[in-house]
Design a protein around this ligand. Structure first.
Ligand code: BTN
Length: 336
């Protein structure tokens, strides 16, 4: 059983949101007990239980309480006070460890979970990457989550959601000070090394999407020694690239806000604005590339993204090839 934590329920969560809102200011015990409709002693007891969970809360006579430090975990207690979303993450399924958040989210969606519910974990023991690969998921350092989405889309348009997520992810990473770019279709890179990946899984019939599981893994605070030797040269983390750790709950809350904004825009205006944003952040366009698909390999210059998210390649014989899926490898950089 996972812990399903709904946002409005606990007094601890409310105290944390008031203290978070207060920033560096002290909030008086009287103000907290008024806001919560609790006695001063009850407020003090909740503050004590938060301290036991690792929150550092300063108390000063006649001034009140001030939040000094938040533990680096991803439960609703840390996330709820930071969330500015309507749906995304408002119901949170948190586990210390899971084989894969995508697998758990798929089960929950089959059992009727609602749009926006999110599964998040500290580590994955069988994290899934694209094309049957493993997503290395060490404990307590990175962000691994899966969002359950129930979009009004025909199944053939579901792959657009992966590009929606790539745009939101790249923007959030840039906001966090990382020089991130997107490699088609949905790898996010810093300095040419992979920092994040997206795995979408679909349940649909011929007419409509039942649900989409949007799984995202981001190397936030992994150190070089956390990567197995075969990834050492090709993977990185935000902390490695910017030289300081990332507060994971803050990053998750910022990402979910952007993701919801982009999902809303996509629902209202279709793929066109996503395509433009994707193109502006993509490193693949203009490069001479080799795309390895399941069935075939195509080489050419990546010219454009079409209006369904496919990559358009100009092959050496001058034809324009449309590629729907595969891994991109740069053959050589083009000038100009
Ligand atoms: C890729 O290969 O680029 C996709 C990686 C996706 C990894 C994430 S981590 C959270 C979610 N759960 C999984 O098992 N995989 C995705």
């Amino acid at each position: 059983m996972d812990t399903q934590e709904e946002i409005e329920l606990s007094n601890e969560e409310l105290i944390l949101s008031f203290l978070t809102e207060g920033g560096d200011e002290f909030i008086s015990g009287a103000a907290l007990s008024d806001k919560l409709g609790l006695s001063r002693t009850a407020v003090w007891k909740h503050v004590e239980s938060l301290r036991k969970l690792g929150y550092r809360i300063e108390a000063a006579p006649a001034r009140g309480y001030r939040l000094v430090e938040v533990p680096d975990r991803l439960t609703a207690l840390e996330l709820a006070p930071l969330l500015a979303t309507r749906d995304l993450g408002r119901v949170l399924h948190y586990e210390e460890s899971l084989p894969s958040t995508n697998v758990r989210a798929f089960e929950l969606a089959n059992e009727g979970a609602f749009h926006g519910e999110v599964v998040v974990t500290e580590e994955q023991t069988a994290g899934k990457g694209r094309r049957g690969r493993v997503w290395v998921s060490p404990p307590g350092k990175n962000l691994y989550f899966s969002a359950i989405l129930r979009p009004e889309l025909p199944p053939q348009r579901a792959p657009e959601l992966t590009l929606v997520a790539a745009v939101a992810l790249c923007e959030t990473l840039r906001e966090a000070g990382a020089k991130a770019s997107i490699k088609w279709p949905n790898d996010v890179q810093i300095d040419g090394k992979k920092v994040a990946g997206i795995l979408t899984e679909l349940s649909a019939d011929t007419e409509r999407v039942h649900f989409v599981i949007l799984g995202v893994g981001i190397n936030l605070n992994a150190r070089p020694e956390d990567f197995p030797p075969e990834l050492a040269e090709i993977a990185t983390s935000v902390a490695i690239s910017r030289g300081q750790p990332v507060p994971r709950a803050l990053f998750a809350a910022a990402l979910w806000t952007r993701l919801e904004q982009w999902l809303d825009l996509h629902a209202d205006e279709g793929f066109a604005p996503v395509r433009e944003a994707w193109k502006a952040m993509a490193s693949t366009l203009g490069q001479d590339v080799l795309v390895r698909g399941e069935q075939r390999e195509v080489r050419g210059v990546a010219e454009d993204l079409d209006d369904s998210g496919a990559l358009l390649l100009r092959t050496p014989d001058g034809k324009l090839e449309r590629v729907l899926a595969g891994d991109v490898e740069q053959v050589r950089a083009r000038k100009g």
